[in-house]
Write a protein that binds this ligand. Structure first.
Ligand SMILES: C[S@@+](CC[C@H](N)C(=O)[O-])C[C@H]1O[C@@H](n2cnc3c(N)ncnc32)[C@H](O)[C@@H]1O
Length: 183
């Protein structure tokens, strides 16, 4: 099967942001029966979490609206697709998701969502890990100027972690925000 991938998924800004997520999540000592990764793209967050093996998760489901993502995500995570679908990717608009909700939802693509439905539909008590950024980009719908802006966009009943990470390159820079907590 020929698969074209967007190499930005493996760039420093993407990978270090996901490693930051892994590190902060692992420090919380949380476990999960069913984790959903919304807008999971090529499943790189799942690959890192499962490879590091420090976050105790029974099953990960990765959802992305773009049908080209599912075969790539399943290929990258084949080691866990093979293990009775410990990981599995699906094509799904997260704004319309109506399946069994997980106990943890990870969304590192919040800036790409054209509606808040995906968030407002999550049952109370769901734990979330959200990332956003202040990058000006044609594909970005939600723009957060500060960590406070970002935190205020996603009201939670409790916050376990919030922070920001700056990425500085010779000709540009941006800040990624992260919020971990419970709805
Ligand atoms: C460029 S990628 C991810 C960038 C991001 N910073 C990350 O951490 O992976 C954004 C993804 O969001 C997906 N997406 C956008 N709207 C969506 C929706 N309503 N449901 C599911 N996936 C969505 C796109 O298909 C795309 O794969």
């Amino acid at each position: 099967m020929n698969m074209l991938v967007n190499k930005d998924a493996f760039s420093n800004g993407q990978i270090d942001s996901k490693l930051w997520l892994c590190e902060e999540l692992e420090q919380l000592g949380w476990a999960s029966d069913l984790t959903y990764i919304y807008a999971g793209w090529y499943g790189v967050t799942a690959f890192l979490l499962l490879s590091r093996g420090k976050f105790h998760v029974y099953k990960i489901r990765s959802l992305d609206i773009d049908p080209t993502c599912q075969p790539v995500a399943d290929t990258i995570n084949e080691n866990w697709v093979f293990k009775e679908w410990k990981f599995k990717a699906f094509t799904q608009d997260c704004n319309n998701f109506e399946g069994q909700y997980g106990d943890l939802v990870i969304n590192t693509s919040t800036e790409h969502f054209d509606s808040m439905d995906w968030f407002t539909r999550l049952p109370k008590g769901t734990r979330v890990i959200l990332q956003g950024n202040n990058m000006p980009h044609d594909d970005h719908v939600i723009h957060s100027n500060t960590l406070e802006d970002f935190v205020n966009t996603y009201p939670l009943s409790s916050i376990a972690y919030k922070g920001e990470k700056e990425f500085v390159y010779p000709d540009w820079k941006f800040t990624r925000y992260m919020l971990i907590g419970t709805i």
